[in-house]
Design a protein around this ligand. Structure first.
Ligand code: NAI
Ligand code: MG
Length: 496
């Protein structure tokens, strides 16, 4: 280790690279002043007659007006979905459904730059991420589930899979288009129709997606999009749907579960997380540092599976923290449309306030804070990438989901202690393990209570791989063959 440190002194990591800005042009995006609800294949004015304004969180500039859909609007959209289900979609040849999904996937690829710019404009995430992660993965989901549409009998042999009917889907603001793809692709592949509500702060890519549906000539009513806040979501939960799929806060997830108890409606919940990213002393340290950074600062930490609790083996604590701090100094925070940007804007004022509150609590409880020197833009919502050391397990910053670029560091001595600390959370969505030993990876994976466990990497996604949680992180899986199951019912064949 001493050798490493010495070398580090002779060739200090550059901390002040100057980058000329490289902004992506927003010309490609054409915004309407005011949007309607997408119901039955058309944009219609809301019966509620209420609108709200969506903004760019990096500048606070208004972008467009959206309907705040009321219960009547939601009921109308569900009716349109019900009609489309009964009059063609559920009876269509499975290969026919696949055709539309393939078309959607290809159009998303063709228009990916437009979507990426709009996603960054409305949500604040760096263009590098919307371009290289959100868009390719969204298209990949449609491609993947297109492939299953005519193979359901093979996916579930002897079980006679049937669609449920109308799926109500409520999604969050951290991966707006990607969450839409996670929800809509398996639902349609399984033969359902959909009413989807995007999050109130990030509705614009969902509305642009309606244009993709028209281009793909998807039959009217198969996908309907209603905009609005939590009240619209609550109306969708109460409406005449056959299933609710929700991704968002644990608090709202629990409320939905209570509302649906005893109704016979199916439910899947993908809620929060407080993942442990566990670093053993035999791992490749520099790679681990990249994994830690990607684990917590990707998408400003607005990630349910973010590696927000770093568990470091004591023997490498000091060199690791030093490397991490050095790496933090090279992160660039600023204009989401700049191709050099690593951390963009915080999604909303509300989310910024939540992060600030928890960071203040961390300081008060006695943790030590580190933030690299960083100049933030004057307008908009921003937060400097932050590391807390000296964190006790009981601190709020070790227990609660911050959903921002804030890492809490804890230490451990033995693998057993790492497992115990990692599982000491009400959540169980994901975890990371960094070690050279394959046997240790398997040993850890068997003991960690988490739906997804990454080994020597972090925050990697693939449509073929199921994703979902244990405990308060929810239930049901999205992605993979597992992701079809919540959208199907089965008439089991005996003796099969
Ligand atoms: P939220 O759970 O309130 O919002 C998520 C979605 O649910 C949005 O579309 C929202 O309009 C809708 N919604 C809100 N109240 C509803 C209700 N009563 N019935 C039906 N739908 C409703 O999350 P919020 O307030 O935006 O964020 C709060 C915290 O939740 C975050 O700080 C983060 O910790 C966590 N969160 C976790 C996400 C995840 O990916 N698991 C995503 C978003 C937030
Ligand atoms: Mg909320």
């Amino acid at each position: 280790m001493a050798e490493l440190e010495q070398r580090g002194e002779r060739t200090p990591a550059p901390t002040a690279w100057e980058y000329a800005s490289a902004p992506e042009s927003r010309e490609i995006v054409k915004l309407e002043e005011r949007y309607g609800l997408f119901v039955g294949g058309e944009f219609i004015a809301p019966r509620s007659d209420e609108y709200y304004t969506t903004i760019n969180p990096a500048t606070e500039e208004p972008l467009a007006e959206l309907p705040q859909a009321g219960p009547e609007d939601v009921a109308f959209a569900v009716e349109a979905a019900r009609d489309a289900f009964a009059n063609g979609w559920s009876a269509a040849a499975p290969a026919e459904r696949a055709k539309y999904l393939y078309r959607i996937a290809r159009i998303l690829q063709e228009r990916s730059r437009e979507f990426a710019v709009l996603e960054s404009l409305n949500g604040g995430k760096p263009i590098r991420e919307s371009r290289d992660v959100d868009l390719p993965l969204a298209a990949a989901h449609f491609f993947y589930y297109a492939g299953w549409a005519d193979k359901l009998e093979y996916a579930f042999p002897h079980r006679r899979p049937q669609p449920l009917g109308v799926a109500g889907q409520i999604i969050p603001w951290n991966f707006p288009l990607l969450m839409l793809a996670w929800k809509i692709a398996p639902a349609l592949a399984a033969g359902n129709t959909v009413v989807l509500k995007p999050a109130e702060t990030t509705p614009l890519t969902a509305l642009l997606f309606c244009d993709v549906l028209r281009q793909a000539e998807l039959p009217p009513g198969v996908v309907n999009i209603v905009t609005g806040d939590g009240a619209t979501g609550a109306a969708l939960v109460k409406s005449d749907v056959d299933k609710i799929a929700f991704t968002g806060s644990t608090e709202v997830g629990k409320a939905i579960q209570r509302e649906l108890a005893g109704t016979g409606k199916k439910l899947t919940l993908e809620l929060g997380g407080k993942a442990a990213n566990i670093i053993f002393d035999d791992c490749a340290l520099d790679q681990a540092v990249e994994g830690i950074v990607n684990g917590i600062y990707f998408n400003q930490g607005h990630v349910c599976c973010a590696g927000s609790r770093l568990l470091v083996q004591e023997s490498i604590y000091e060199p690791l923290i030093e490397k991490l701090k050095r790496r933090l100094k090279t992160l660039r925070v600023g204009d989401p449309l700049d191709k050099n940007t690593d951390l963009g804007a915080i999604n909303s004022r509300q989310q910024l306030e939540k992060i600030e509150e928890l960071v203040a609590a961390g300081k008060e409880e006695g943790a030590e804070i580190y933030q690299p020197p960083c100049r933030l833009p004057e307008k908009g919502y921003w937060f400097v990438p932050t590391v807390f050391t000296n964190v006790a397990q009981s601190y709020r910053i070790a227990q609660e989901e911050i959903f921002g670029p804030v890492l809490s560091v804890l230490t451990f001595r033995t693998p057993d202690e790492a497992v115990e600390k990692a599982n000491n959370t009400p959540y169980g969505l994901s975890a990371g393990v960094w070690t050279e030993k394959g046997s240790r990876i398997l040993w850890m994976a068997q003991r960690l209570e988490a739906g997804v466990i990454w080994a020597n990497t972090y925050n990697r996604f693939d449509p073929a791989s199921p994703f979902g949680g244990y405990k308060e992180s929810g239930f049901g899986r999205e992605g993979g063959r597992h992701g079809l199951e919540p959208y199907l019912e089965f008439a089991e064949v005996s003796g099969g």
